[in-house]
Design a protein. Structure first.
Lengths: 310, 276, 139
């Protein structure tokens, strides 16, 4: 299937490349429905590539749409939060049922992260857009670096839970279907985890990006939760964090249905195709391509914010 | 005496292409009374796991079925298997990481890829990367092969791997009480080339002889991969021991040596690639 | 097929999952249906479609000044307009955690798990605070 891969990549680049041209050549003269349709198509393509590449759609949306569509970043961030929220909500119930998302692990972290996400959202909407763009660009570059360098540990060894984790009795068991074993887990460094999630909440609210890229390493590598539990619980935490931040954008009037709804719909439909492509496409190659695209979008945000390329 | 290898790692997906590797791994474990570890790589990533829990569950059921069958085959062969599933977006990385974690000294794997027509003709991409990046030696087994019983052939050149290959092949031949042929290849039909190859073979022979192996040395001419393959058939070798890469320039450090690759691709017997 | 397992999903998680799924599905259905009705022209609009391409480039502040779009919960009064009907669906999505949280508070209270009663209560408080618009008012 390298052909399909190339086709998807070409379509994505074409769609992204075509929009600024459209915007420059009297995009205002184009019929209104061109914009939601273009958003739908780009979100659809992002949804397809996000899953086999292992890069969340919520992190791709804001830098790419913000960088290459003529919409104001305020509205893009509002839509980005909803894209991330919808993604988390569609998987959340199933993950909770299977025990891969854990309430006892997720709730305390979500409480701090959702509180800080409100402040992040307020801060993001109060700052001048150029400052937010520069910050977004730097954040995206940092995120790409994290994604490239951060490892993973399927079942980290946690010798002893810390006092806080013990007091909250954060531990669990899940069934590893493939090996047929029950995996018991516990966590450590909970105070550090709480601090990290407070920071992650600020970023999520400020930039309207999904935070799986940060949640999963924090839960897995720092706190020592098994990778599957980290991924599932991260998704659950996002249902609360993105809800809180989304309310700030809704109340400020920064959620435009005409931008948010086609994006959410496109991403959800794309994801349904994307989940079937992992075993067909060369996932590692696709991941490299998507990270390159993200890197480019980060540079674009940085240059937009500093006025080098507007 | 301690075997040349003592911590075996079988890398398998338990497909029809893996039967040779499984057969040989079981036989080696039995022969030396070694415990056998196995790693089953599984394509996955955290984003996929949360986006498609139902698909993941189905894929895991399928892997569980394979593991059950693998366990059954091991039990039938009288071997106790310690099986790990490792998830990641590049199976070869998972195999290499498992070998590093377990400090394995020999990875046993299939030769062909199981995806696509081309990879069935050539060295599989996954296996090629395992052979290149493994922290230890790698034994690649075509699906129809069993463990060696006749003769070991060691291919050497003037590259840095020569001494390791000679030592490994010598000890292996003694351990399994098999005759050893050491071959050097002269790439040109010149006296210098032949003399250089003969010198390499002589030093390799000296190293292998220390282990007490019964050695037959040869110098042949031609393209190394063809010459080695042809000689293996001629002397009736059913195991070839070879280095990861030859005298290649540093530029080629990032690839598996072309001779090694060629020998593996043409082999109808297991090929042991001596690694770090 | 599998050997018997000691593992069992805690009851409160199952309940949480069920209620969250219910709210999320409702939110998606309302959002998509309302937006479709809006885009096709079944529902009236507050801001005419023709102005959208130009408005979307404006900063939030300019947009609000140019359209007189209500902030806070003001959109609820105009819910018959397509854009705000779609917003209702989005508001359901952003609120659907408020359905399961009180239920598991009861669960934790029955177990005398007071720390988690407090955590969940605070979480509800945070969501309500964000939703109330108290923090965003005055702009």
């Amino acid at each position: 299937m390298p052909f399909a891969l190339a086709l998807a990549a070409a379509a994505l680049l074409l769609a992204i490349g075509a929009t600024p041209a459209l915007a420059a050549n009297g995009g205002e003269a184009a019929p209104w429905w061109v914009w939601p349709l273009a958003l739908f198509v780009v979100s659809f393509l992002l949804g397809i590539v996000a899953i086999p590449a292992g890069v969340g759609g919520g992190i791709l949306f804001v830098p790419i749409v913000g960088g290459f569509f003529p919409f104001h970043l305020d509205f893009v961030r509002g839509a980005g939060l909803l894209v991330a929220l919808a993604g988390a909500l569609s998987a959340g119930p199933m993950l909770l049922r299977s025990g891969l998302a854990d309430l006892r692990l997720g709730l305390p972290l979500a409480l701090l992260a959702s509180t800080s996400s409100i402040f992040g959202a307020l801060l993001g909407l109060a700052l001048p857009v150029a400052a937010v763009e520069v910050a977004l660009g730097i954040a995206i570059l940092g995120i790409v670096a994290l994604m490239v360098t951060a490892g993973k540990s399927e079942q980290p060894v946690v010798a002893r839970p810390d006092a806080l984790a013990a007091a909250l009795s954060i531990h669990g068991v899940y069934r590893d279907t493939a090996s047929g074993e029950d995996v018991r887990w516990q966590v450590h460094r909970t105070p550090l985890g709480l601090i990290l999630f407070t920071g992650i909440g600020v970023l999520a609210g400020m930039f309207g990006i999904g935070a799986g890229w940060a949640n999963v390493p924090a839960l897995n590598l720092v706190m020592g939760a098994p990778l599957k539990v980290a991924a599932g619980t991260s998704s659950f935490i996002l249902t609360l964090v993105d809800s809180s931040a989304a309310w700030v954008y809704i109340n400020k009037g920064a959620v435009l249905a005409v931008i948010a709804v086609p994006s959410v719909a496109g991403m959800m439909l794309g994801a349904r195709i994307g989940v079937r492509l992992l075993t067909i496409l060369k996932a590692a190659v696709l991941r490299r391509m998507v990270l390159t695209l993200l890197l480019f979008a980060g540079l674009r945000a940085l240059m937009k914010g500093t006025g080098l390329w507007t | 005496m301690t075997a040349t290898y003592s911590r075996l790692l079988l890398a398998t997906e338990h497909t029809e292409f893996d039967v040779g590797a499984e057969r040989v791994a079981f036989a080696l474990a039995m022969r030396h009374r070694l415990p056998l570890a196995a790693v089953v790589p599984m394509l996955s990533n955290p984003v996929y796991e949360v986006a498609a829990p139902e698909l993941v569950a189905r894929a895991e059921q399928e892997i569980a079925g394979r593991i059950a069958a693998l366990r059954e085959a091991a039990t039938a062969a009288g071997v106790t298997l310690d099986i790990h599933v490792r998830r990641g977006d590049q199976p070869w990385r998972e195999i290499v990481a498992e070998a590093a974690q377990r400090e394995s000294d020999l990875i046993v794997a299939r030769r062909r890829g199981n995806r696509g027509f081309m990879s069935r003709l050539m060295l599989g991409e996954m296996v090629g990367n395992v052979a290149l990046h493994a922290p230890c030696s790698v034994l690649l087994v075509p699906r129809a092969c069993g463990v060696w019983t006749r003769r070991v052939l060691a291919g050497v050149d003037g590259g840095p791997a020569m001494a390791d290959v000679a030592r490994y092949a010598g000890r292996l031949a003694v351990e399994d009480a098999l005759p050893l042929t050491i071959v050097g290849v002269a790439m040109q039909d010149t006296r210098e080339a032949r003399e250089a190859a003969a010198a390499v073979v002589a030093s390799a022979e000296a190293i292998a002889a220390k282990a007490g192996a019964q050695i037959d040395s040869r110098v042949v001419e031609g393209r190394p991969r063809d010459a080695i393959t042809q000689l293996a058939a001629e002397v009736g070798a059913d195991l070839v021991v070879i280095g990861r890469r030859g005298e290649a320039s540093t530029l080629k450090r990032l690839m598996l040596g072309s001779t090694t690759r060629g020998v593996v691709e043409a082999a109808s017997y297991p090929v042991l690639i001596v690694g770090a | 097929m599998n050997s018997p397992s000691a593992w069992e999903t805690p009851a409160e998680q199952l309940r949480y999952a069920k209620l969250l799924g219910l709210g999320a599905r409702l939110g998606v259905v309302v959002t998509i249906a309302a937006f479709a009705a809006y885009a096709i022209g079944i529902l009236p609009t507050d801001v005419s479609f023709a102005r959208i391409p130009e408005l979307m480039r404006m900063s939030l502040e300019d947009y609000l000044a140019a359209t007189g779009r209500p902030t806070g919960w003001g959109w609820l009064a105009q819910i018959r307009n397509g854009e705000y009907a779609s917003l209702a669906g989005i508001a359901i999505l952003a609120s659907c955690s408020l359905l399961p949280l009180p239920v598991i508070i009861l669960h934790y209270a029955r177990r005398r798990d007071w720390i988690f009663v407090i955590v969940c209560t605070l979480q509800i408080g945070i969501l309500l605070l964000a939703a109330s618009g108290a923090l965003t008012a005055g702009h």
